[in-house]
Design a binder for this molecule. Structure first.
Ligand code: ATP
Length: 948
C-alpha cells in the first residue's frame, strides 16, 4: 500500500484535467484530495486509488502558486514531503515545499507521462514514431520541396529549382527561352523556400494579364494560396473612420499631434500577388515596409534602364528589390531592351558582382575564352598544362585539382560569367518540342493603302473598323477561319486598336465566334476571354490578341498562330510564337503570316524568314541581330520597291546570324548552358524523385484517418474519397466539410486537377503529422511481447529521440542540421539492442497490455526505468555529437566559401565593405552557439514486457 501524507501532491491517472491535487485528509481506508484547479474534492480507497505521486527531479521546471516558474536544482524529503531547492531570478537559493506548488500540470514531457502512468497502446506509439520518422525523412530528403508540386519531372527545371531553391535568400534571373517553364521553376523554388521556412513572406509582381494565371498555377500546382492585392482590396482593408473620429483626428493633427500610424495592409497576408499596374500606383514605402523574404517579378524585360534615364518601373522594382532578401526575375528575352537594361537587372540581383557597366561589357567580350576553358575543364579527364595555366590566371586563389571540378567550374562561371545569377535553357538542348511550320500568305496591297507602302501598320490610318472591309489580310483570315472551323486559332497583332477593330469586324459583322484580349481590358474580362477561347465545347474559335495582352499566357492547346503583322524586335516575335510553342504543345505549330508584297511588310517578312529563319526555329541572337542590321532594315523598310536593297539586307542578316550563332555557340551561350543545366545532376534528381514517389504517404494517412475518424471510400485505382466522419472530435487539417478526392499517384494527379495530390509535402499530410505529434497520446506506451524465444518477464524499453536545434528562424540552422530521429532498445541491463531489432519488426510482435498490468509494471519498475532513461539520454547525447560535429563542419565550409567569394569580388568592387565580409563571422558565431546548445529530446517511450 502506498503511504500518503497531508500536503503531498498527487495526480489523478484517469482525470488528468483536474490538475495537481493536494492530499487534505487521510483515514484508515480512504484518502481525500483537493484539486484547486477546479475546486473539487475526490475521495479514493487507499488500496487502489488511480493516483500517481508527482515528483520533480533536477532540471525539471516547476511553478509556484503565483505562476512563477523555476528550475529544480535538487530535492530533499522532510516528514514525507518533498522540498525543492530552486534558484531565484537574482540567483539566490530558495526552497519550495511541494504543498506550495501551483496546481497546473502539463504532462507533455515523455517521462512525466510514463511515471504518471498516462500510458497508451502501441498503435498510438507506432503512429507517433511513424510521424516522427516521416517528418525527419521529409526534412532530410535530398529533394525537399520538389516532391509536393503537381508537375511533370522535367530535368532542366528541376536542376535550376534545386540549385536555386536550396540557397538562402536566392537572387537570380530565370531566363529560359519562352515556354520552357519559368513559372514552374519559380514555383518550385518558392515552394522549397516556403517549406523550409527560408521565405515566409513572398511578393509576386506580374503584368496584369498574368495575375489570374499565376494565382491559379500557384494553388493548383504548389498548394500556395496567394492573396491578390489591388485597390479595391486595399480600400476594403482600410478601417472605416466615422466622421466624428475623422474630425477628432484632424483637430489633433492640426494641434501638432503626429498622425496615427496605420496598420500596414500588406502585413495582413504572407503570400501576396500584385500586378505591375498596381505596383506603379501603390504606396511603395508601405509595400517595402511589409518586409519581403522573397520578391518575384515576372516579364522583367519591361524594366528599362539606361545610366541617365532609368524607367519609373525599374526604379520602383529596384527599391523593392533592394529591401527584399531574395529576388527572382523572370524573362524569356533578357536583352529585349538592350544590354544596358540587361546589366541593370543583373545589378538588382547581385550589386556586388555587377557594379560597372563597362567592366560588364568587357567581360561579355571575353566570354569565348572563358567558355573554352570551361569546356576543356569538362572534356579533359586530366587537365593539361595549358589549361592549368589558363585556370590559374582566371582563378588565382583556388586549388586547381580535378577532384574539385564542379566547385571550380561554378567559381569560374560566377566570377567570369553570370553563373550564379543567370539561368537560360534553350530548346536546342531540350528534346520533345514539336516543329514550327511557316505558312506564308503574300497578298497584293489593296487600293485603300495605296501610297502607304512604307507603313507597316497602314490600317492605323483609319479611326474605326472600316479598313477591315477592303483589307485582303482580313478576307484571308475570315476564309481561313470558316474553312478550319474545328481548329483553335490564336491571332496576334501589334496594337490593341487593330485587335479591337478585327474583333468587332469578325464578331459583329461576320458573325464569327471570336474573342479579344488586350491590355486595356480589366483582369476579369481578360480571364473570361482566355477561358472562352480554351473551352473546346462552346468556346471561341479564335482569340485576337494585342502584343502585350498575350505575353506569358499559356495557349498551347491551339496549334495555329496567325501573325496579322510583324513586330520590329525579334524577341517580340519569339514571345508571340512562344504562346503556342511551349511545354505541353502536342502538335506541330502552323504559323500563318499574311503580308503585303512590294510593301514594308514584305521586307519584314523576308528579314525574319530568309535572314534569320525566325519562323522555323528559336532565335537566341535577336537583340544582336537587330543591333547589327537595324539601320539597314530601316532603309529597306523606307524603300520596299528596292528589291536589291532588300536582298542585300537579307544576305547581310543571314551572314550576321551565322557569325553570331557561331559565337554564341562557343561563347556566352556555351557558358550559360554549362551554368543552367547539369544533365547528370538532373538525372539524379529525377531518380530521387521517382524513388520518393514510390514511397507515398498512403499507408501512414490511412492509419491517421482511422485514428482521427476520417471516412475513406475508394474512388478508383489510385484515388480515395475522404469525408469528415461522424465521430471526429476536431476538424481534420485540409479536409473540407463536403469531402475531397485525393490521390498519391503523380500521373493521376497530373491528369486530374480536381484531386488533391497527397505527397509528404502536402499541407494535409504535414498537418496530419503535426496533429499526431501535437497529441500527448503515444508518448508513453506499454506492450506485451509475444515471442516464444524471449523469456517471460523480460523487460525492454524502446526510446525514440529527436535531435532538433531550436535557433532563431533567421539563422536557418536546418540548412546544416535537419531534424534527426534516433532510437534505442534497452534491456534491463541497459544494453542497446536497437541495431539488431528494428522498430517495425518489434512492433509486429507486440500486443496490447491491459491498463491495470501496465500501471503495475511501470510502478514496480520505476527506479530501474528512471535509471535507464537517464543513462540512455546521456549516451544518446554523446552519439548525437557526431551529427552535431558534421553539421558544424558543413556550416563552416559553406560560410567560408561564401565569405571567400565576397573577398574575391571585393578586389574588383570597392562597394563591398569589410563589414559585409565580417557579417559571415557573426552568422558563424550564432550558428556555432545554437549547435552547441542542441540536445536530443526524448520523443516517445514504450515499455515492453515479454509475455508467457
Ligand atoms: N514540369 C511541368 N509539368 C507540367 N506542366 C508544365 C511543366 N513545365 C511547364 N509546364 C506547362 O508548360 C507551359 C509553359 O510553362 P511556363 O508558363 O512556366 O513557361 P514560361 O517559361 O514562364 O513561359 P513564358 O516565357 O511565356 O513566360 C505552362 O502551361 C505550364 O503549365
Amino acid at each position: 500500500m502506498t503511504d500518503y501524507a497531508v500536503g503531498q501532491r498527487w495526480l489523478s491517472e484517469t482525470e488528468t484535467e483536474l490538475g495537481l491535487g493536494i492530499v487534505v485528509n487521510i483515514d484508515y481506508r480512504l484518502v481525500t484530495l483537493f484539486y484547486p484547479a477546479c475546486e473539487e474534492e475526490r475521495t479514493y480507497a487507499k488500496t487502489n486509488a488511480p493516483l500517481s505521486r508527482m515528483v520533480f527531479g533536477p532540471g525539471d521546471t516547476i511553478e509556484n502558486q503565483d505562476g512563477d516558474s523555476f528550475t529544480v536544482e535538487s530535492l530533499s524529503v522532510q516528514q514525507e514531503l518533498y522540498l525543492y531547492q530552486v534558484r531565484d531570478e537574482d540567483g539566490s537559493e530558495r526552497i519550495i515545499p511541494e504543498s506550495q506548488l501551483g496546481y497546473r500540470v502539463s504532462l507533455t514531457a515523455v517521462a512525466d507521462r510514463l511515471f504518471s502512468k498516462q500510458l497508451d497502446s502501441s498503435s498510438w506509439f507506432n503512429l507517433r514514431v511513424a510521424a516522427l520518422y516521416a517528418q525527419a525523412e521529409t526534412e532530410n530528403s535530398p529533394v525537399l520541396g520538389l516532391r509536393g508540386p503537381r508537375v511533370d519531372l522535367i530535368g532542366h527545371q528541376l536542376w535550376i529549382a534545386h540549385d536555386v531553391g536550396t540557397r538562402k535568400a536566392p537572387r537570380v534571373l530565370l531566363a529560359d527561352e519562352v515556354g520552357l517553364g519559368k513559372t514552374i521553376e519559380a514555383g518550385l523554388i518558392l515552394h522549397q523556400q516556403w517549406l523550409t521556412e527560408r521565405a515566409r513572406r513572398i511578393l509576386i509582381v506580374v503584368p496584369p494579364a498574368l495575375v489570374h494565371q499565376w494565382f491559379v498555377e500557384m494553388v493548383r500546382r504548389f498548394n500556395l494560396h496567394f492573396s491578390i492585392f489591388d485597390h479595391e482590396r486595399l480600400a476594403a482593408l482600410q478601417p472605416q473612420e466615422s466622421i466624428k473620429d475623422m474630425m477628432a483626428r484632424l483637430i489633433a493633427e492640426e494641434a501638432g499631434a503626429a498622425p496615427a500610424e496605420a496598420d500596414n495592409p500588406f502585413s495582413t497576408e504572407q503570400l501576396i500577388l500584385i500586378s505591375t499596374d498596381f505596383l506603379a500606383e501603390c504606396d511603395l514605402q508601405q509595400l517595402i515596409d511589409a518586409q519581403w523574404d522573397l520578391l518575384i517579378v515576372d516579364e522583367a524585360h519591361h524594366l528599362a534602364w539606361s545610366p541617365d534615364a532609368p524607367s519609373e518601373e525599374y526604379q520602383r522594382v529596384a527599391k523593392l528589390a533592394d529591401a527584399a532578401e531574395g529576388l527572382l526575375l523572370l524573362t524569356a528575352t533578357p536583352e529585349q531592351l538592350g544590354l544596358e537594361s540587361h546589366f541593370a537587372r543583373l545589378q538588382l540581383l547581385d550589386p556586388a558582382r555587377f557594379h560597372d557597366l563597362d567592366a560588364f561589357r568587357a567581360e561579355q567580350a571575353a566570354y569565348r575564352e572563358v567558355a573554352d576553358v570551361a569546356g576543356a575543364m569538362i572534356d579533359q579527364p586530366v587537365w593539361d598544362t595549358a589549361l592549368r595555366n589558363k585556370l590559374a590566371a582566371l582563378l588565382p586563389d583556388e586549388a586547381l585539382d580535378e577532384t574539385r571540378r564542379d566547385a571550380l567550374l561554378a567559381a569560374l562561371l560566377d566570377r567570369s560569367g553570370t553563373g550564379r545569377v543567370l539561368y537560360r535553357n534553350t530548346r536546342k538542348n531540350i528534346s520533345g518540342f514539336p516543329q514550327r511550320q511557316l505558312q506564308p500568305v503574300p497578298l497584293a496591297v489593296p487600293p485603300q493603302y495605296a501610297g502607304e507602302e512604307t507603313d507597316l501598320f497602314p490600317e492605323r490610318g483609319f479611326s474605326d473598323d472600316r479598313w477591315c472591309a477592303e483589307d485582303p489580310r482580313v478576307t484571308w483570315l475570315a476564309d481561313f477561319l470558316r474553312r478550319e472551323r474545328s481548329r483553335k486559332v490564336l491571332i496576334i497583332c501589334a496594337h490593341k486598336e487593330t485587335a479591337i477593330d478585327l474583333h468587332a469586324w469578325c464578331g459583329y459583322k461576320l458573325g464569327m465566334n471570336v474573342a479579344v484580349f488586350h491590355e486595356d481590358m480589366d483582369l476579369i474580362s481578360r480571364d473570361r476571354a482566355a477561358a472562352y477561347f480554351a473551352d473546346f465545347e462552346d468556346g471561341a474559335q479564335a482569340l485576337i490578341c494585342s502584343e502585350i495582352g498575350s505575353e506569358g499566357r499559356n495557349f498551347q492547346f491551339a496549334h495555329d498562330l496567325v501573325l496579322m503583322d510583324l513586330p520590329r524586335h525579334p524577341d517580340l516575335l519569339e514571345q508571340r510564337i512562344g504562346r503556342l510553342d511551349r511545354i505541353g504543345q502536342k502538335q506541330d505549330i502552323q504559323i500563318h503570316v499574311p503580308y503585303f508584297s512590294d510593301h514594308a511588310q514584305a521586307v519584314m517578312f523576308h528579314w525574319y524568314h530568309d535572314g534569320m529563319g525566325a519562323f522555323s526555329r528559336t532565335n537566341p541572337a535577336g537583340s544582336q541581330i537587330l543591333a547589327a542590321t537595324g539601320a539597314a532594315l530601316e532603309q529597306a523598310l523606307a524603300a520596299p520597291a528596292d528589291s536589291a536593297r532588300r536582298d542585300a539586307l537579307v544576305a547581310d542578316t543571314a551572314a550576321t546570324m551565322d557569325t553570331l550563332l557561331g559565337q554564341l555557340e562557343s561563347g556566352r551561350d556555351r557558358l550559360l548552358e554549362l551554368g543552367s543545366h547539369d544533365p547528370n545532376g538532373s538525372a539524379q534528381l529525377i531518380a530521387a524523385l521517382a524513388a520518393a514517389d514510390a514511397h507515398t504517404p498512403h499507408d501512414f494517412m490511412e492509419r491517421v484517418f482511422e485514428r482521427f475518424g476520417v471516412e475513406v471510400e475508394e474512388h478508383s485505382e489510385h484515388a480515395d474519397i475522404l469525408r469528415p466522419g461522424a465521430h471526429m472530435l476536431a476538424p481534420f487539417p485540409g479536409l473540407p466539410e463536403e469531402g475531397v478526392t485525393v490521390t498519391t499517384d503523380r500521373s493521376t494527379a497530373l491528369s486530374r486537377d480536381d484531386m488533391l495530390f497527397l505527397t509528404w509535402e502536402h499541407p494535409m499530410v504535414t498537418g496530419a503529422i503535426e496533429l499526431v505529434l501535437g497529441e500527448d497520446r503515444g508518448k508513453a506506451a506499454t506492450a506485451l511481447l509475444r515471442n516464444p524465444k524471449v523469456k517471460a518477464g523480460t523487460l525492454l524499453v524502446e526510446l525514440i529521440y529527436s535531435l532538433r536545434c531550436s535557433a532563431p528562424r533567421a539563422l536557418q540552422v536546418e540548412r546544416f542540421l535537419p531534424t534527426t530521429v534516433m532510437r534505442s532498445l534497452l534491456d534491463a541491463q541497459g544494453r542497446d539492442l536497437g541495431g539488431s531489432i528494428s522498430h517495425d519488426g518489434l512492433s509486429k510482435q507486440c500486443q496490447k497490455m491491459d491498463k491495470g498490468l501496465s500501471r503495475k509494471v511501470v510502478e514496480s519498475q520505476q527506479t530501474l526505468l528512471t535509471q535507464l532513461l537517464a543513462q540512455d539520454q546521456k549516451r544518446m547525447q554523446a552519439l548525437a555529437q557526431d551529427t552535431l560535429d558534421q553539421a558544424r563542419e558543413k556550416m563552416e565550409t559553406e560560410l567560408s566559401r561564401e565569405q571567400q567569394r565576397l573577398r574575391q569580388l571585393q578586389q574588383r568592387n570597392a562597394d563591398i565593405s569589410d563589414a559585409d565580409i565580417a557579417a559571415y563571422n557573426v552568422e558563424r558565431q550564432a550558428l556555432t552557439a545554437a549547435l552547441a546548445e542542441t540536445r536530443c529530446h526524448l520523443a516517445a517511450v514504450r515499455v515492453i514486457v515479454a509475455g508467457g
